[in-house]
Design a protein around this ligand. Structure first.
Ligand code: PGA
Length: 254
């Protein structure tokens, strides 16, 4: 299976940035060993998606409302993201969970809405530093997966320890591998064979300098990249560090 390297711009980027990024990604995408996704702010989603038409690079949203339409001022539905050119949506990012009090049940409803609109869904999970210090990371992530994943799930899981996001700190490679193995076990227990093919991304301070080590770990199917995805050269260097898919792992997933 090819890795997925996804960029999450968060609340950064204007039209000029989107056009610049699209040009850089288009030029490099064909020679990369992974699938590439960019999730800009909704205000420039259409601009970047339009500029990427005909390239293998996909565009996605960073969040969606669980309903398809209605009286929800300021919100964006999954169908609207798709209409703007998105093929993916991120749900349950820890910043949404923290800033907007999003529960697992709401994240699950958003994931269902994304899939219903024809989007591939990335569901984010991850423990806080206090939870890891207390040794509770598996309990926390296990509960988030149980509550956030729809009953029928064909998307991608992103493991993002909250304390590694935007801090320059990452778990040890052993800790990342252990968590991804744990998540794989949860997915196969719940979804059977389909759970063996779900891509599990690592996110949290992925940079060009640590990408090769992180992306090469067992059960790491790619990366969700925040800060480093804002600089085309850094984002592309991370993507170039993805392992080349082999014949035994080329099954399409997510
Ligand atoms: P970061 O963010 O790469 O800036 O740590 C990752 C994320 O929040 O998706």
């Amino acid at each position: 299976m090819r890795s997925l390297v996804a960029g999450n711009w968060k609340m950064n980027g204007a039209t000029a940035d989107a056009l610049h990024m699209a040009v850089a990604l288009r030029a490099a995408a064909a020679s990369l060993p992974c699938d590439l996704l960019v999730c800009p702010p909704t205000t420039v989603l259409h601009t970047i998606a339009n500029a990427l038409i005909g390239s293998p690079v996909a565009a996605g949203g960073q969040d969606c409302h669980p309903k398809a339409s209605g009286a929800h001022t300021g919100d964006i539905s999954a169908a609207m993201l798709r209409d703007a050119g998105a093929r993916w949506v991120i749900v349950g990012h820890s910043e949404r969970r923290a800033d907007h009090g999003e529960s697992d049940a709401l994240v699950r409803a958003k994931a269902e809405a994304g899939a219903a609109a024809g989007l591939s869904v990335i569901v984010c999970v991850g423990e806080t530093e206090a939870e890891r210090v207390a040794g509770r990371q598996n309990d926390v992530v296990g509960a988030q997966l149980a509550g956030s994943l729809p009953g029928h799930f064909t998307g991608v899981v992103a493991y993002e320890p909250v304390w590694a996001i935007g801090t320059g700190r990452t778990p040890t490679e052993a800790d990342v591998a252990a968590m991804h193995s744990f998540i794989r076990g949860v997915l196969t227990a719940r979804f059977g064979a389909a759970g063996t093919e779900t891509r599990i991304l690592y996110g949290g301070s992925v940079k060009p300098g640590n990408a090769k080590a992180l992306l090469g770990l067992p059960d790491v199917g790619g990366a969700l990249v925040g800060g480093a995805s804002l600089v085309a050269a850094d984002f592309l260097a991370i993507a170039a560090a993805a392992p080349v898919a082999t014949l035994s792992n080329t099954a399409a997933g997510g």
